[in-house]
Design a protein around this ligand. Structure first.
Ligand code: TYD
Length: 212
C-alpha cells in the first residue's frame, strides 16, 4: 500500500495555488525529499486532452454531469498512472486540485450534490490526500486577480456559482478537519508560504519523514 505522502492544493480561482506550488517545490528540494508535482484536470497525456475539452469556452453546450464525469475520468487516469505508483515508491506527491475541487465545483457550484462524491470515490479507489492545503480567499478577490480575457469556461461562471463553490470548500474543511489546513490566502505570498511550511514541518515530523 502507499507509504509516500499525498498533498493537495485547493481553493478558489485566483487564490495563488500556482505561486505556492513553486514555493513547495523549493521546500522539498532543500530537504532532499523526492517529489512529484502534478495538476488537475490533466497531469497525464489523456488527462491533458480531457482538460482541453473541459476548459474550452467554445464547449458551452456541455452538460453538468458530462463535466463532472470528465473531471473524474481525468482523475482516475492520474491516480492510476502517476499518483499511486509514486506513493508506492515512497515519494511525496503534490497535486494542484483533486477530489475536493469536484465536490466544491460540481457538487456545490453546479449543484449536482452527492453523486459527485460517489463517482469520484470510484475514480480514486481510496487514494485520499494526507493533507489538503486550502487557500481560503473570498471568490470576488480571487476573480479580481485574474485577467478577464484569460478566464476559462469554469472561471467565467457568475459570482453566485463561485460563492457556492466557496461555501462547499468551507463545508469540506469542517467535515475533514483531520486533513484540511486552512490558510488565509488574502495576505502577501511570503506570509502564506510561511504558514504552509509550518503545516508541512508538522506533517513530516508526524509521519517520520527523514530530511537532509
Ligand atoms: P485550474 O487548473 O486550477 O485553473 P488555472 O488554469 O487557472 O490554474 O483549474 C481549472 C478550472 O477547473 C478551475 O476553474 C477549477 C475547475 N475544476 C473543477 O470545476 N472541478 C475539478 O474537479 C477540478 C480539478 C477543477
Amino acid at each position: 500500500m502507499k507509504n509516500g505522502l499525498f498533498i493537495t492544493l485547493e481553493g478558489p480561482d485566483g487564490s495563488g495555488k500556482t505561486t505556492q506550488s513553486a514555493y513547495l517545490r523549493e521546500y522539498f528540494d532543500i530537504r532532499g525529499i523526492e517529489t512529484v508535482f502534478t495538476r488537475e484536470p490533466g497531469g497525464t497525456a489523456i488527462g491533458e486532452k480531457l482538460r482541453t475539452i473541459i476548459l474550452d469556452r467554445a464547449n458551452s453546450e456541455m452538460c453538468d454531469m458530462t463535466e463532472a464525469l470528465l473531471y473524474a475520468a481525468s482523475r482516475s487516469q492520474l491516480v492510476h498512472q502517476m499518483i499511486r505508483p509514486a506513493l508506492k515508491e515512497g515519494k511525496v506527491v503534490i497535486c494542484d486540485r483533486f477530489i475536493d475541487s469536484s465536490i466544491a465545483y460540481q457538487g456545490y457550484g453546479r449543484q449536482l450534490g452527492d453523486p459527485v462524491r460517489v463517482i469520484n470515490e470510484l475514480a480514486i479507489e481510496g487514494c485520499m490526500p494526507d493533507m489538503t492545503i486550502f487557500m481560503e480567499l473570498a471568490p470576488e478577490i480571487g476573480r479580481s486577480r485574474i485577467d478577464p480575457a484569460a478566464l476559462d469556461r469554469l472561471e467565467q461562471e457568475k459570482l453566485e456559482f463561485h460563492n457556492r463553490v466557496f461555501r462547499g470548500y468551507k463545508e469540506l474543511a469542517e467535515l475533514y478537519k483531520d486533513r484540511f489546513v486552512c490558510i488565509d490566502a488574502s495576505r502577501d505570498k511570503e506570509a502564506v508560504s510561511r504558514d504552509i511550511c509550518r503545516a508541512l514541518d508538522q506533517l513530516l515530523e508526524d509521519r517520520g519523514f527523514s530530511c537532509r
